[in-house]
Design a protein around this ligand. Structure first.
Ligand SMILES: Cc1cc2nc3c(=O)[nH]c(=O)nc-3n(C[C@H](O)[C@H](O)[C@H](O)COP(=O)(O)OP(=O)(O)OC[C@H]3O[C@@H](n4cnc5c(N)ncnc54)[C@H](O)[C@@H]3O)c2cc1C
Length: 503
């Protein structure tokens, strides 16, 4: 008889797991509390403007495509992509000389680095060589495998590999060994914020993120990132899967340390396996109510863990286009970036924060009315457990004016406040309420050393059979391609238990 799997959450990892399992011949049913798929890869539609709610930068496109290829589909039919060059602009001030258009074309890039200094151009190439070697180790031995037991890590071979990763240094310090120009150092390390950790504290291994940008490019999916979520939903339905929206799961049914289904508001659904994509800390606290099945993840432990940063995002519909800033992705750095980063992770209200400006309508005019632009303005802020201030209307207005005051200094945006015709926003509280992101942390558990690899929650529940987890707070971590890998690992773990198949 076909075995049944309940997947909790239609986030990226939930959708990818559901596709993989349905493709393997299981009868899969997805249960999502929200009305549409994607989780944080969601969409906001307002007054004729369409915004990606969360993720926007497509990196490692091969991993996105794999989900479609495994089911024999041509990814171009689902997620047509264009490579961006330049990948983005970095602004260190309003003047033209303070703006850097960052290319992933090595010929163009080297020319612009040589403008800084030959020494730094050489340093950049040495950085690439060093980090690429570490990336290969991470890819082959850490990112694509589970750690079921302590021995999976604590053995001579793995310890040797772990040492090769050289994770004890911070990203900023490690980059500083290769390049001397302060701005270039910042451009090669701020990307750790993509996974919610500071470059000044996060393990140096995370400087693989800019390396991935330089070597594999940054891409845009037609229709924005949400096309990926919608296309995964489409593929899952084509394969015969079932999706239930507006259906919050209240509890994972567990008896004798074995999961046997889920409890909805008004009914039980009995299944052979449960795969949970809801954020791990939230899920283990609220959905796993059986004490023995929680194992070491007691409520106290969950609250003592460290969380990634959160985000405040403004989504603005504008009544014109902004041609003076050409790129889709733009990073605007504050003068004292180190202080800004320190304040985010110390819980302070930020003064003159750095922010990210994304204008999808530059690539796809269908995302805004003809001749107009949609602005997505993201400020990295503290998660709710770290913030020493409340999120209320006053805080929203404070950050709104901080961002707009800075944006006004960029060419073309001088009158930006008067050009807004539609407006909405997301705060850390919204991330918590809408997606059950614990502490509103946008990237789940913080990927510091003690919460990475074998220390991070794993795909297979340690103290409960037939229960698996996938998503940002589990190994290997956050970011769309990385949670796609977590889905792959979770499904492989389930297959190993059920069929004895080792991938
Ligand atoms: C603002 C922002 C910007 C980002 N930018 C990028 C980027 O540019 N590039 C990139 O690669 N990554 C980016 N990320 C990270 C990336 O979006 C996430 O790592 C990834 O989308 C998380 O996917 P997930 O599978 O962990 O699930 P989530 O998105 O957390 O989904 C979990 C799902 O479970 C559902 N759920 C929770 N509880 C229940 C319940 N009880 N019952 C039913 N359903 C439930 C939720 O509603 C949600 O749909 C960004 C994230 C944010 C927030």
């Amino acid at each position: 008889m076909t075995k049944k799997v309940a997947v909790i959450g239609a986030g990226v990892a939930g959708l990818a797991s559901a596709i993989r399992l349905q493709h393997e011949g299981y009868e899969v049913e997805l249960f999502e509390k929200e009305a549409i798929p994607g989780g944080k890869m969601n969409r906001i539609e307002k007054d004729g403007y369409t915004f990606d709610l969360g993720p926007s930068l497509v990196m490692m496109p091969e991993i996105y495509k794999e989900v479609f290829e495994l089911a024999g589909r041509d990814p171009d039919d689902y997620i047509p992509m264009t490579r961006l060059d330049p990948m983005y602009s970095a602004f260190f001030g309003p003047d033209e000389k303070d703006r850097y258009d960052v290319s992933s074309d090595l010929v163009t890039l080297i020319a612009s680095l040589e403008n800084l200094s030959d020494e730094d151009a050489k340093g950049f190439l040495s950085y690439l060589q060093d980090i690429y070697g570490r990336f290969i180790v991470a890819k082959d031995h850490f990112l694509q495998r589970p750690f079921r037991s302590a021995l999976d890590f604590y053995n001579p071979f793995m310890i040797k590999q772990a040492l090769k990763l050289k994770t004890f240094d911070t990203a900023s310090h490690s980059i500083g060994k290769f390049v001397k120009d302060k701005r270039m150092q910042q451009m090669l390390s701020f990307q750790t914020l993509y996974i919610g950790v500071s470059p000044n504290n996060g393990p140096s291994l995370y400087s693989i993120i800019p390396m991935i940008e330089f070597l594999y490019g940054v891409w845009f999916i037609k229709g924005g990132m949400y096309t990926m979520a919608k296309s995964m939903e489409r593929l899952f339905l084509e394969l015969g899967g079932k999706v239930n929206y507006n259906t919050p799961v209240e509890r994972i049914l567990i008896q004798d340390k074995k999961a046997y289904g889920i409890q909805l508001q008004n009914k039980k659904v009995l299944t052979d396996f449960v795969l949970c994509n809801a954020d791990f800390p939230y899920a283990i606290k609220n959905l796993v109510q059986d004490k023995a099945a929680k194992g070491k993840y007691t409520d106290k432990k969950i609250d003592s863990m460290k969380y990634s940063c959160s985000c405040f995002i403004l989504y603005l519909g504008m009544d014109r286009k902004y041609d003076q800033v050409e790129q889709l992705h733009n990073f605007v750095f504050t003068e004292d970036l180190d202080k800004n980063l320190e304040d985010i992770f110390d819980g302070k209200l930020l003064d003159k924060p750095s922010y990210y400006l994304y204008m999808a309508s530059k690539m796809d005019q269908s995302m805004a009315p003809e001749g107009k632009e949609g602005l997505y303005l993201l400020v990295p802020v503290s998660d709710l457990s770290t913030a020493d201030y409340e999120w209320n209307e006053e805080t929203v207005q404070y950050y709104r004016s901080q961002v707009l005051n800075s944006l006004k200094t960029l060419k073309g945006f001088e009158n930006v406040e008067n050009e807004i015709v539609s407006e909405t926003y997301m705060t850390p509280l919204d991330f918590e309420e809408k997606f059950n992101a614990y502490n509103g942390a946008c990237f789940g558990l913080r990927p510091n050393l003690l919460q990475s690899n074998h220390f991070r929650p794993q795909a297979k529940a340690k103290n409960c059979e037939n229960l698996y987890f996938a998503g940002s707070s589990t190994h290997p971590g956050a970011g769309v391609p990385i949670v796609l890998l977590s889905a792959k690992i979770a499904v492989e773990e389930l297959l190993l238990d059920d069929r004895g198949v080792k991938a």
